[in-house]
Design a protein around this ligand. Structure first.
Ligand SMILES: [Zn+2]
Length: 114
């Protein structure tokens, strides 16, 4: 991975962190406890609670993605970042964006799984 690719990757991780942070803030608002004194009918209250559990799950997922992205960001300056630990080839940027914690290329990860 050359310096240009490294800088590009860092920018993409920063963008993704900004997006994910925004998403978390939106979800936090959406998952605020369904207030019992809200004048909702019984059915709409159940609906509100089921929306909440969907949003809770999305929030947990978004928070763990943010953690992975932040961890990846701290590693972008390392010489071996984005290099497959097994075959020493560059891991494609798309793969790093999808799985920021990946330290193997697709081929090696697939071999390791077998
Ligand atoms: Zn590999």
């Amino acid at each position: 991975m050359d310096d240009q690719e490294r800088a590009q990757l860092k920018d993409r991780i920063l963008d993704e962190i900004a997006d994910t942070t925004e998403r978390i803030m939106g979800l936090e608002k959406a998952t605020e406890a369904v207030s019992p004194d809200k004048a909702l009918g019984r059915l709409s209250r159940l609906e509100a609670m089921s929306d909440k559990s969907v949003n809770d799950a999305a929030l947990v997922e978004a928070r763990s993605r943010l953690e992975q992205l932040e961890l990846a960001l701290t590693k972008t300056h390392q010489r071996d970042f984005g290099i497959c630990v097994t075959c020493q080839k560059a891991i494609p940027i798309e793969r790093i964006m999808a799985l920021p914690h990946a330290n193997q290329c697709v081929a090696c990860a697939a071999r390791g799984r077998r």
